[in-house]
Design a protein around this ligand. Structure first.
Ligand code: ADP
Ligand code: MG
Length: 628
């Protein structure tokens, strides 16, 4: 054996590697198996070009545990290395790139851990790494390289028949879990599930039961079926994952089956997009639209990112726009730079293009579903809507496309595009400022009375009940000229769409003053009182919440501010023209009864909007009993 020193500037980077990568140690296996895959691919390419002659049909990569020796071995049948190559690639290339990497990202351990360092990540879990390799080239001999986790190494000859490489890890005391079958199988399933060559992890027993086929004499019991156990290779991976195939060769059932393979627990997806692009970057993948059914606390991190079929991460938030992280599936791109920091990733032009491409594909798919079968699309809307609205709110480019196929649903369960809806309400719901006023409820059940009151006026009421609807409304108001929204409880029905008509007030000034005073006392700090001449048949007292003030409060609550910082601003609108008001408050002599009646009417209005609770509700009931 020869001895030598690996040339490094720092005396010893191994302690650094160990320290920084501790949290994500397990990626060593991904790194070594992907090196084995690379080596195999290189040999396959050479063989195809006729530059390597021999039978290379067995491309299996073996993962082997030897508990007694305390080793974990990764064996490939790939290109192998000559002695010169070992010196060059393992001593210089691998180590220097590892060195650069650690130097660069010392301050951000999470990044290093996330992306790995190639060959040298082996030293995260091993005290000593042994490589036994033989080049595919004619006349090559076996080479053994040993490095015990410090800058010195040994190199010498080794016995070896087959071309390819064994990387033998002498697992260190504090990483013993990597000698456990379950642990390794788990990691292989996570990182290597779709690698292009078979990954074999020992054997497994397959059990079959064979029915007795011979003759059974009368009165005799048929013998139990025979149990036949066979040892078969335990191949971990699916070497030919669906996203690599041509969409033309695939059926719906293939896509659904692949979804089950990815998410065994998941509900079947609604539909999917098969991505395939070669220029200006390489990307393949399948994105599934899950059923979200109104939930927004979405299961994110479902899209898995692969690089040449090697699993990288399921945190794709830097690569796809936020709203698309609601989708499931896989993206595979060798062009997404992995050995870089997050901030770099966001600035990377390739990543930007990929983001743009995926957004466009998703929009195109939705658009075609909408055009091809509107009814089916409407049926899916409860699941799709959250997703589309989320996209419209968060991505300008997506808005421009989605505004053509986003739907609004009204309280009758009818669906409209934005354009159709504007057309529908134009006549009735244009206000004195020439704005189109969309009226909506955030809770059709609770606001039923108000919804009906608005509809009685000939207005259409939209159902915007989901958490995503508040920001969607804001976005629509910004984007769509002249379109504005008010909630059914933001004004009395006649004022939802402000027109120029003033009603005549049937009360004289003194009467108005008396009533205002009585209600101001009854309402106290609960809101401001406004006496208005409304329709005779409109309710005597109504409570409204100014749209703008309410939205401000909601926004502040969303930002986590104290709800009490911004008090609820209720307006108590008293209908001067309702005969009950006159009868109960003016035609009554007794001061105390008048005050009592004002409180009663106020509470009645509160009750109809479910604003009355606790002690107030009890007082109201007592009062009602007395009046009967
Ligand atoms: P990278 O894979 O990014 O090139 P690594 O540190 O993982 O960096 O590996 C360094 C080099 O060592 C590889 O480029 C390759 O030339 C060589 N190498 C590593 N593992 C193997 C292997 N199993 N068979 C052949 N060559 C290998
Ligand atoms: Mg590598």
């Amino acid at each position: 054996m020869q001895k030598g020193n690996i040339s490094v500037q720092t005396e010893n980077i191994f302690p650094i590697i160990k320290k920084f990568l501790y949290s994500d140690q397990e990626i060593f296996l991904r790194e070594l198996v992907s090196n084995a895959t690379d080596a195999t691919s290189k040999l396959v390419t050479l063989a195809r070009k006729g530059e390597a002659k021999g039978d290379y049909s067995d491309r299996t990569i073996d993962i082997m545990i030897d508990k007694e020796a305390g080793t974990l071995t990764i064996r490939d049948r790939g290109i192998g290395m000559t002695e010169e190559e070992v010196k060059k690639y393992l001593n210089q290339v691998a180590l220097s790139s590892a060195q650069d990497f650690v130097d660069k990202y010392q301050d951000d351990a999470s990044i290093i851990g996330h992306f790995g360092l190639g060959f040298y990540s082996a030293f995260m879990v091993a005290d000593k790494v042994e490589v036994v390799t033989k080049s595919y080239q004619d006349g090559s001999t076996g080479v053994r390289w040993i490095c015990a986790g410090d800058p010195s190494y040994e190199i010498g000859e080794a016995e070896r028949d087959m071309q390819g490489t064994d990387v033998i890890l002498h697992i260190s005391e504090d990483s013993k879990q990597y000698l456990e079958e379950d642990e390794i199988e788990g990691l292989l399933l996570k990182y290597c599930r779709f690698l292009p060559y078979p990954i074999r992890f020992g054997t497994k027993t397959e059990t079959e039961y064979k029915e007795f086929e011979g003759e059974v004499a009368e009165g005799e019991e048929k013998p139990e079926p025979e149990k036949i156990e066979t040892e078969v290779d335990n191949v971990i991976n699916n070497t030919d994952p669906l996203w690599k195939k041509s969409p033309a060769d695939l059926t719906d059932e293939d896509y659904k089956a692949f979804y089950r393979e990815l998410y065994p627990m998941g509900e079947p997806p609604m539909f999917w997009i098969h991505l395939n692009i070669d220029y200006p970057f390489h990307l393949t993948g399948i994105l599934y639209f899950p059923k979200v059914s109104g939930k927004l606390e979405l299961q994110r991190n479902k899209i898995q990112l692969y690089s040449n079929q090697v699993y990288v991460t399921d945190n794709v938030s830097d690569i796809v726009p936020e709203f698309l992280t609601l989708l499931h599936g896989v993206i595979d791109s060798p062009d997404i730079p992995l050995n870089v920091s997050r901030s770099y990733l966001q600035a990377d032009t390739n990543v930007k293009k990929i983001t743009g491409y995926i957004t466009k594909k998703v929009a195109e798919k939705l658009s075609s579903l909408f055009k091809e079968d509107r009814q089916a699309y409407e049926e899916k809307w409860p699941d799709l809507g959250v997703f589309v609205k989320y996209g419209m709110v968060s991505e300008e480019k997506f808005y421009d496309r989605a505004s053509k196929f986003a739907l609004l649903e009204n309280t009758e369960g009818k669906f409209f595009t934005i354009e159709e809806y504007c057309e529908r309400i134009k006549e009735q719901q244009t206000d004195k400022y020439e704005r189109l006023v969309g009226i909506y409820t955030a809770d059709a059940t609770r606001q039923h009375t108000l919804v009906e009151a608005a509809r009685d006026r000939g207005y259409d009421v939209l159902k915007l009940e989901h958490a995503i609807d508040a920001p969607t409304i804001q976005t629509l108001e910004q984007k769509e000229d002249k379109l504005t929204f008010v909630r059914v409880d933001s004004a009395t029905p006649d004022q939802l769409v402000q027109k120029d008509e003033e009603k005549e007030n049937l009360l004289d000034e003194t009467q108005q003053e008396t009533i205002t005073k009585l209600f101001t006392d009854a309402v106290g700090t609960g809101g401001t009182v406004e006496l208005k001449p409304l329709d005779v048949q409109d309710a005597p007292v109504q409570i409204v919440r100014n749209e703008f003030m309410r939205r401000m409060k909601e926004m502040q609550m969303m930002q986590g501010m104290d709800a009490n910082m911004f008090p609820d601003s209720y307006q108590v609108v008293v209908n001067a023209n309702n005969p009950i008001v006159k009868e109960r408050l003016l035609d009554v002599e007794d001061e105390a009864t008048r005050a009592e009646n004002a409180t009663y009417l106020y509470q009645l209005a509160q009750l109809s909007q479910q604003l009355l609770t606790g002690a107030d509700l009890k007082a109201f009931i007592d009062r009602s009993m007395k009046m009967m």
